[in-house]
Design a protein around this ligand. Structure first.
Ligand code: ADP
Length: 545
């Protein structure tokens, strides 16, 4: 028997229609590259999205053709997020921080014929353009009179492109399985791989992301995505803000430093912000040193990398609950979320400290499990650690240009899951340190050392050792205002990690290498220190700075 429910397709155009009818006058504020602010409403955004869809038709961009973007978070990028998929094309966001050769690879692999890019990325495209024979249309995200001088052929400004088109458009009734978005993983090993989202996956991810135990967004929130729209859909917020009617603050490329962030949060009365741990570190350093406050900001989410306890506590001292989320490009990205529960405050101090740093519980719709290297399911007892696997309607089952596979998706993370369903990310499979047949979590050591007041940033890597197969090396960037000896840091760790986890060597460095998504590049660190000489004694340290 067939059910008797309407078979409406789950499309991104539903998000647009709903927001237009329920949040038409809610503001979207964008910080422009000249520092000025642009303000308009959701209704204005969707009106312009219709003009853009007409322009894409006129340019004869085919159905299901990837439309590339190289852009920061602002209102024009937001319009692309809707016009491109809702008109039946694929919104293909590209991370401009990738190496030029990776960008060339991605544009060629996706066979992009059209790219929309911020003026500041024109020089980047000039350098690689000769390697991109398929690229026909280059649209700069600016007004006609702001078009930069360039050697690129037939540059057109976004405003000139959409100006003459009508603001009415019949969005096609797309099958919910139609592709809607494309994002390549940064590919620390091998070439980047494209994750192809669908309307259905995006819509379900949007709904789950808004749940009370996830972001819990509502019309009372002012949300600031510091996570870039060029990587994993800015964690889905361009869509979840629209269905919850949040005021959206898009920071452009101006969100890097604590002072700018503080000013923006206070000016727009931001209540919820999203970013990687380094962003929160920059914010809290600024708040502590300047004495300024961000009283409207009640909650923030930290994802993309492990979040140290010290950071969560320093943020709490500023009145901000920093919650941890876990996910990846292949999971759209939301997989789990640690929404602070009232009972956390009743936990004994040590348990509390562990609880707040966990990666949270799987969001409804995602299933997570841990398995042994031979694929056996492991218990959710908080002790057994294994390879974290995921499945669900917004988890990838293959990569762009490849074939779909069945079964669970292997995340490449090692984790434990406790009986309450809380996931603890132990490490990435490739970063876990294998010492004498046991595993050492680099993340746990980093979190412990981050509590030392002199530590600005820290990374632990495993390097070959003649006796133990691998041993941990700790690399620390001290805060400019503090001086510290490596031996002091190792002493500090003594009471905080198991004896055999204690790094054999600590090195002070001026900075750490980062990936295109802002994480510490452990691959580069391992290369940098591959010739390291281990000291005789396990606790001996050296200062190589
Ligand atoms: P890439 O940077 O390679 O494109 P993603 O941005 O998709 O990859 O990053 C996904 C990875 O980031 C996860 O597999 C995990 O290792 C790490 N990660 C994300 N959130 C957390 C978290 N809360 N704790 C620890 N690691 C995390």
């Amino acid at each position: 028997m067939l059910n008797l429910m309407m078979d409406d397709q789950l499309n991104i155009s539903m998000v647009m229609e709903y927001a237009e009818q329920t949040a038409a006058h809610v503001e979207i504020v964008s910080v422009l590259s000249n520092g000025q602010q642009h303000r308009y409403t959701y209704a204005d955004a969707f009106q312009r999205a219709r003009k853009l869809a007409n322009a894409l038709d006129q340019l004869q961009i085919a159905a299901q053709e990837p439309v590339a973007t190289l852009a920061w978070n602002d209102y024009r990028h937001f319009e692309l997020y809707y016009a491109v998929p809702c008109s039946g094309r694929i919104c293909h966001t590209i991370n401009p921080r990738l190496f030029p050769e990776q960008i060339v690879y991605i544009i060629k692999h996706a066979k992009n014929r059209i790219v929309f890019l911020d003026p500041q990325f024109v020089p980047l495209l000039e350098k690689i353009h000769s390697e991109l024979p398929l690229l026909q249309h280059i649209v700069v995200l600016c007004a006609a009179d702001e078009l930069p001088q360039s050697s690129l052929p037939n540059l057109i400004s976004y405003e000139a492109l959409i100006a003459t088109h009508p603001d009415s458009y019949m969005w096609p009734e797309l099958d919910e399985r139609t592709p809607s978005g494309l994002c390549y993983t940064s590919g620390t090993t091998g070439n980047p791989k494209g994750v192809l989202y669908s309307h259905r996956s995006t819509l379900l991810h949007t709904l789950a992301g808004c749940l009370p135990n996830a972001t819990n967004l509502s019309g009372a929130d002012v949300v600031l995505p510091i996570v870039p729209m060029f990587h994993v859909n800015a964690w889905g917020v361009p869509y979840s803000a629209a269905i919850t009617g949040c005021k959206l603050v898009l920071p452009g490329n101006k969100a890097g430093d604590g002072a700018t962030l503080t000013a923006l949060i206070n000016q727009e009365q931001v209540t919820y912000a999203m970013g990687v741990p380094t962003v929160w570190l920059a914010l809290v350093n600024h708040l502590e040193s300047s004495g300024q406050q961000v009283s409207s900001l009640r909650r923030a989410v930290s994802g993309g990398a492990a979040c140290p306890l010290a950071l969560i506590e320093r943020m709490r001292a500023q009145g901000i609950d920093l919650e941890v989320g876990w996910g990846m490009t292949e999971t759209s990205p939301l997989g789990s979320y640690n929404r602070r529960q009232p009972w956390y405050d009743e936990l004994p101090s040590e348990q509390y400290q562990r609880q707040v740093t966990l990666a949270g519980r799987q969001v409804f719709g995602i299933r997570l499990r841990i398995v042994s290297p031979d694929g056996q399911s492991l218990p959710r007892d908080g002790k057994a650690s294994g390879i974290l696997q995921a499945r669900g309607p917004w988890v990838a089952c293959g990569y762009y240009g490849g074939t779909p596979s069945k079964g669970w998706f292997d995340t490449g993370d090692v984790a434990t899951i406790n009986p309450q369903g809380y996931v603890c990310i132990v490490d990435r499979t490739k970063d876990v340190i294998k010492s004498g047949g046991e595993w050492i979590s680099s993340i746990d050591i980093e979190n412990a050392v981050m509590a030392h007041p002199a530590v600005l940033e820290a990374a632990v890597i495993g390097l070959p050792h003649p006796t133990w197969s691998e041993r941990p090396l700790l690399v620390v960037v001290p805060r400019p205002t503090h001086s510290v000896e490596p031996s002091e840091l190792l002493e500090f760790l003594k009471d905080r990690v198991a004896k055999w986890w204690l790094p054999d060597l600590c090195i002070l460095a001026e900075g750490l290498p980062h990936t295109a998504t802002g994480k510490v590049s452990k691959k580069d660190l391992r290369e940098q220190y591959q010739e390291i000489q281990w000291p005789q004694s396990a606790t001996q340290s050296a200062n190589a700075s």
